[in-house]
Design a protein around this ligand. Structure first.
Ligand code: SAH
Length: 368
């Protein structure tokens, strides 16, 4: 819950009177989001009776980690189960950003069907709620032992919305989640270290900037509409010209707050020197950096990664034009945790089936 929702819920559940709600919510907030407690009884400055009433009406339980994998290079991938049949992945990458970054999912599955992306082969199951998005950060902090944590000693300093799903098709929840994780009396992750990546949902860009103050990343991948139509089908709806105009108008864009363009390097598809030059022309005058992502293969993927020399030549052209053009080192490929490799087995099922599944599950839990 956001702070406002928490306050309202406390009043609605008659845990406290409206005039005490702000104070009470603040007190709970620090326990939940600064100390990371998962049990109301740990809240030692809340009286016993209130703690019991809270426990009757609410839960602080984390979602279940179904699988936790650690790659040879220290990347941690979590498969998290939010509800029966609702699973998504998050990936912690050490030594990225100031200390380390968590890549969070905003949806289970995705509607975009980008042809080079593994998640694109999984149909959308549903949007994640703000609580489920924030819970991914909590789960990672549990695993890193970061409750509470001194800002300077953290291993988790940055958040990137680059996991499963299209964040701008779930903007209200993404925005609430950012409010929760950036709150200064809680996890206090700086908004300037939170990046939201989009394939280019043009009508939502301004609202993203105004509501969240997050850094913007754009999955570009091509410099002309014909090719981008094929790689990122969303381009058929919002053309490159429109997208560029919307990016130039992104609130707060400046040399200190540049937009990141992600460009996946696909062998023989989008990696020629001519395309590097076209990219530079397209970005003229824009405060930008270009993140070149070596294509990460997944089972039966229809592309190959560009040769290293080709990637370096591409980077050199972009760099010479004055744009930072880091090549994103593939991390966690051995556990399918790298960009575009995330996927879960969740499928959309009818509500009736889901209820049956949940009922079966609670019977099983009872039996245990
Ligand atoms: N839907 C949002 C968030 C996903 S971000 C978006 O499109 O921006 C995930 C990033 O990884 C995107 O830039 C995506 O284009 C890139 N990506 C997807 N599949 C990839 C792959 N197989 N190899 C490398 N990068 C990939």
């Amino acid at each position: 819950m956001t702070r406002t929702a928490l306050r309202e819920a406390l009043v609605a559940a008659e845990i406290c009177a409206p005039d005490k709600a702000r104070m009470r919510a603040g007190q709970l907030w620090r326990w939940i989001h600064h100390q990371g407690v998962t049990d109301f009884d740990a809240m030692t400055n809340v009286d016993k009776d209130t703690r019991a009433r809270l426990a009757e009406r609410f839960t602080l339980a984390r979602p279940e980690i179904v699988e936790r994998q650690v790659s040879a290079d220290g990347v941690r991938k979590y498969l998290i189960r939010f509800a029966p049949g609702i699973e998504a992945e998050s990936v912690y990458i050490p030594d990225v950003g100031r200390a380390g970054a968590l890549c969070v999912s905003s949806q289970v599955g995705c509607t975009l069907n980008c042809t080079f992306c593994h998640t694109g082969t999984q149909a959308l199951v549903r949007n994640l709620t703000a609580g489920e998005i924030a819970a991914q950060v909590q789960v990672c902090r549990d695993d890193l032992g970061e409750w509470p944590s001194d800002k300077d000693e953290r291993k988790l300093s940055n958040i990137v919305f680059m996991g499963m799903g299209e964040p701008l098709y779930n903007l209200d929840n993404v925005s609430d989640a950012i409010d929760i994780i950036s709150d200064n009396e809680g996890m206090a992750l700086s908004r300037r270290r939170i990046t939201v990546s989009t394939a280019g949902v043009v009508p939502e860009l301004t609202r993203l900037g105004e509501k969240t103050g997050a850094m913007l990343a754009i999955s570009l991948h091509a410099t002309n509409d014909d090719l981008r139509d094929k790689l990122v089908p969303l381009n058929r709806k919002y053309r490159i010209d429109e997208l560029m105009a919307a990016i130039r108008a992104y609130p707060g864009l400046s040399n200190a707050r540049r937009v990141t363009f992600e460009y996946v390097m696909l062998k023989g598809v989008n990696d020629s020197p001519a395309e590097a030059r076209a990219l530079v022309r397209m970005l003229a005058g824009m405060p930008a950096k270009i993140n070149l992502i070596p294509f990460n293969p997944w089972p039966n993927s229809p592309y190959e990664c560009s040769d290293w020399a080709t990637i370096e030549a591409f980077a050199a052209i972009v760099n010479k034009a004055g744009y930072a053009s880091p090549i994103r080192t593939p991390r966690g490929r051995d556990i399918l945790a790298a960009c575009g490799q995330l996927r879960s087995e969740s499928k959309k099922v009818r509500a009736s089936e889901r209820r049956a599944l949940a009922a079966a599950e609670s019977v099983q839990l009872g039996a245990d």
